[in-house]
Structure formats: C-alpha cells, structure tokens
Design a protein around this ligand. Structure first.
Ligand code: AMP
Length: 410
C-alpha cells in the first residue's frame, strides 16, 4: 500500500530563530530544556519514555559536538515544593540506558552545589538537574531564578515543545541572559505544524474531537479560513448538533457555546468549508461497563441517554470525507475512548488517518495515545505529544518559549 511518506511535502525554513546547529558549542556548557514530563507508576517506574526519546537527537548532537550537556525539565505538578514523587531521578537512569553513557544527577537545579558539579564537567559529559518546578519561581518566571539557571551555561537550547506555550523561567526567562536556540525536536514540530497550516497541500482536512467546544474554539476559528473540510466528533459535536435544533438526550452540551457554534457553522459555510458532524452515535445511560449501549441516529437520542461515541454511519461518512485528503490534522478523540464500549469510533478514525494517502499530523495527548493503541503510529507523518502547545499553534498564536529564542539575523 502506498504510504503517505511517498508524498513529498516541502517544509520551508520558516523558523527564523537560532537553532542548536548555529551555535559553537564545543567545550561550552549548554543548558538544554527538555520535556521529560513522563508518566510514572506507583513504584516510580517510567511507563512511557517517548518524551525522553524524542529529545535524544538534540542531546546526542550536543554530546557529539563536545558540549557539556546540562539537561533540565519539569515533571508533574509539585507546586513549588520538593516532593520525591516528582524527582527526575528515574529519568536520569532511563537516559543513561538510552544514551549508553553516564548521566550525572544533580540534587537541585540551581545553587552552589550544582554550579560546582557543572564546573567539573568535561566535554561530552551529561548532567541532569532536579525538577525545575521544585522552585515556585520557575512557573512565576521570576527573574532572579532565571538568572541563576543561566549562570550554569554559555548557551540555552529549548527542546521542550510540550512546555513552549508557557512563559516560565526555564522556557522564556533564561533567554534574557544567554544566547538561546531551538533544539531539533522543537524546530521540527514548529516547521510541521506551522508549515503545514500556512502552506498545506490540498484538500486540507481538520478533524477535531474531545470533550468541549470551548477547548477547541480558537483552533476552529483560526482554521476556518485555511482548511477545505472540518470534521467534528467527540463530545463537542453535540453542542453543534443542538445548535442546529436537534434534541440530543442528555449528551454533553455547553449551553453558553450554542450561539458561537452557530456563528462558526455560518463562517465555515461562507468560506465554502465543508463541515461534517456525526450522523449517529453510540449511546449509554452511564459510563459504567454494566450499562447498556445502543446505536442510534442523532435524531433519535432518547432523554436520559448520552452520546459517548460516534456511530458506524458517522465513521463511514468521515472516511468518505477523508478519501481525497492530502493533508490531515487531527486533535481530540471521537468519543470516550478510555471506555471499551465507546472506543470504536476513535480507533476507526485512527486507522483511516493511518491509511490516508496524505500528510498526517496528530496532536494532543489523548489522540497520540489512541494512535499508538490503534497500532498506526508508524504511518502517521508527525505526532506531537504537546497538547496545549500544539493547540496554541493551531490557534495561530505565538508560543512564548519560541518567540523568546534569539532571532537568526541577530
Ligand atoms: P479534550 O481534552 O477536550 O480533548 O477531551 C478529551 C476527553 O473528551 C476524553 O477524555 C474523552 O473521554 C472525552 N470525550 C470524548 N467524547 C466524549 C463524549 N461524547 N462525551 C463525553 N466526553 C467525551
């Protein structure tokens, strides 16, 4: 079967910011902000290390170039306090295995002890700092804390796409003090997401899902004059269906979004964008596994029942709409895919996107998870795990972690 990768899409250098390759890092200390915010089980074992793996190209490059590599990240939400549950120690161990070399681990991310450790580093050494968010100043983007971080290194490299929509000390504040560049991961996500949205091969289709319209409204508004088709599934679809005047039983609805939903549909119509909503649903009275499920058309959702997934006719309809797509962006599940009885719609769309002869970009944690569980991740052109950051980019907004980097011409 033809793979989407057979389609050659030219990704232009739209970045305009310094990248790690522009820096002379040999013998220099380089502070790399990575996104090592990995899931851990109760025994603090990493259950999915993809975020660590996705920063390896930047880390390996820095090692090979002979830099002193200082790595920093947040993990979870320790709320500005030291909490062993959120220590990056398990990440140090996993990194050591992935890099096949020693990874030193610092007990903090600033201070004289860490500075001493850095002073002893040799070219190619790797040091991971403890969780940045053990300090409340990190999320407050506090200047003194940013300065303390910057004191550790000659250069700053941001490779944490998942945190790029936050103006924190380690993503934005530090850039005031040392030359700052993007890592390979950060650069490639931006080039894919921004490049494809600004310059898509058409037809360009956006598939949006997830719980609420309010979470995706900015994306819909921004994409309304860029895409050829919009497919909406998941809980958010029912606000649109209700706005069209249908009864939707007790399905999820955002009453304060009904007017906006109408306006968006009008805007899409005026822009000649084809808009697809589910035509049938898998419904239940609750999410309990013992609870009955039925498949009904959306005209026939009874009171007391909730639509938890798109139905088979909707899958067919959406597949038809995807047939000629050359570019597909997908963000948000088609139903409550965490529950088996309501997961088929999401997995069916995952398979269709996987099979499509198109450039395919998947963003958001849930969608990324569904793609992996459906086993089609290898046939997706680009998967971005940074949910908030990718949504913000799709909304057409700048990301503080990227705007703060040093401009190329400078
Ligand atoms: P979001 O974070 O907005 O992308 O929403 C993701 C969540 O939406 C997932 O946890 C899904 O379980 C949930 N979801 C998807 N479809 C529905 C639905 N029809 N009703 C209620 N929740 C839904």
């Amino acid at each position: 079967m033809a793979k989407k990768n057979d389609i050659v899409v030219e990704i232009k250098d739209i970045f305009g910011k310094l990248t790690i390759e522009d820096l002379q890092i040999k013998g220099k200390a380089v502070f790399i902000r990575a996104d090592f915010n990995v899931p851990l089980d109760d025994n603090l074992v990493i259950t999915d290390d993809r975020r660590i793996r996705s920063s390896l190209p930047t880390i390996n490059y820095a090692i090979d170039e002979g830099a002193k590599v200082i790595l920093a990240s947040h993990l979870g939400r320790p709320k500005g306090k030291i909490d062993p549950k959120y220590s990056l120690a398990p990440v140090a161990k996993r990194l050591q295995r992935l890099l096949n070399k020693e990874v030193m681990f610092a007990p903090d991310c600033i201070g004289s002890q860490v500075e001493n450790m850095v002073a002893k580093m040799k070219e190619g050494d790797v040091l991971l700092l403890e969780n940045l968010r053990f300090h409340p100043e990190e999320e407050k983007n506090e200047e003194g804390f940013s300065r303390s971080l910057s004191k550790l290194a000659d250069f700053f490299v941001n490779d944490a796409f998942g945190a790029a929509h936050r103006a924190h000390a380690s993503t934005a504040g530090i850039t005031k003090f040392i030359p700052s560049a993007a890592g390979f991961l950060l650069k490639s996500v931006i080039e894919y997401l921004k490049g494809v949205v600004d310059n898509p091969v058409r037809p360009f289709v956006a598939i949006l899902g997830g719980a609420k319209v309010s979470g995706k409204i900015g994306v819909l508004e921004n994409l309304a004059n860029k895409v050829d088709k919009v497919i909406v599934g998941g809980g958010m679809a029912y606000t649109f269906i209700k706005a069209m005047g249908y009864e939707i039983g007790d399905s999820l609805v955002e009453p304060d979004m009904l007017d906006l939903a109408k306006k968006i549909m009008e805007k899409l119509r005026n822009n000649n964008v084809k808009f697809y909503l589910p035509v049938d649903s898998v419904i239940g009275q609750s999410l309990e596994s013992s609870s009955d499920t039925k498949i009904v058309t959306n005209q026939e959702i009874p009171k007391g029942w909730k639509a938890f997934d798109i139905g088979p006719a909707s899958v067919k309809l959406f597949n038809e709409a995807l047939q000629d797509a050359k570019t597909i962006i997908w963000n948000g599940p088609m139903g409550v895919f965490e529950v088996d009885a309501y997961s088929r719609g999401t997995y069916a769309i995952a398979n269709s996107v996987g099979d499509a002869y198109a450039m395919t970009i998947v963003g958001g944690g849930d969608t990324d998870y569904a793609i992996h569980r459906a086993g089609v991740s290898d046939s997706i052109s680009f998967i971005s795990t940074g949910g908030g950051a990718s949504l913000q980019l799709l909304e057409g907004k700048d990301l503080p972690g990227i705007s703060a980097l040093t401009d190329k011409k400078a």
